[in-house]
Ligand binder design. Sequence first.
Ligand SMILES: Nc1ncnc2c1ncn2[C@@H]1O[C@H](COP(=O)(O)OP(=O)(O)OP(=O)(O)O)[C@@H](O)[C@H]1O
Ligand SMILES: [Mg+2]
Length: 286
Amino acid sequence: MSDISNVSTVSGPSAGPPQASPNPLVGREVPSKRARVQAITSGKGGVGKTFLAANLAAALAKRGRRVLVLDADLGLANLDVVLNLFPKVTLHDVFTGKVQLEDAILHAPGGFSVLLAGSGLVEYSRLTPEVREQLLRIIETLAPRFDHILLDTGAGISDVVLYAVSLADDVIVLATPEPTSMTDAYATIKVLATQQRRHAIQLVVNQVGRIGEGRTIRGQLQLVVDKFVTPTLPEGSPAPALELIGEVPLDAGVREAVQQRRLLIELQPGSAPAQAIHAIAAKIAP
Ligand SMILES: Nc1ncnc2c1ncn2[C@@H]1O[C@H](COP(=O)(O)OP(=O)(O)OP(=O)(O)O)[C@@H](O)[C@H]1O
Ligand SMILES: [Mg+2]
């Protein structure tokens, strides 16, 4: 089985010979050989991970990227609800060998692909060897066909969530300005730094009351990380650094879009949160 951690060695401007076939994705700077796998996670639940995953995927698709969102919230999936999809086949069928992986990949409104988990699959809320192997296999199989694979994880630091995150090249931690969300985000960041030895962690602050609040929150989280996490790492380890990649305003339009089961960036493309998501996409896929 190939090692997913070697992604950075095979992608990038100098990797491999030029592609023989013309690149259909006009405007892309460098055709990468395999997807960048990006996990969207949070400590606290209900902070907007699924909303962000779906809308960010659509925003990346608008930039010409081939995007797959994998609903990695295996026990309590709800990406299908946000996207108004009624899947006949889900990851469950792939896991059990009932269908081929290809047949479980659906087209979502917004121009990207999804692999849905289906809700209530309690057997997948535990990290069994089967879940580990299947998730790894699926990502390995699909990585060459996409530019971005977004993993919409469940909340918290359960072993399923941490395993899904461990498969990602980049981790995007989502937090809100609420104190409970911040302490839970801190707990997540601490585990990522100590257990997964992540030293670059991306942060999106959702539901901000004003632009600039995200920067303050990043600063506060970085301070506690510097004080309580960095000193516990083995000597010589790089200090974990939080990079703020976006702040998304609290806006009634988000709730409206979710209720209508539409993408915000399609329903209210000019709204402040839609613009904020486009800005994140531009940062991730310049
Ligand atoms: N920027 C925002 N402004 C207003 N409401 C928001 C915003 N972001 C999220 N919400 C609200 O929060 C709700 C929960 O969002 P979502 O389902 O994406 O959270 P989640 O983190 O995926 O939850 P879970 O942990 O259960 O998977 C949305 O239905 C929406 O009503
Ligand atoms: Mg969710």
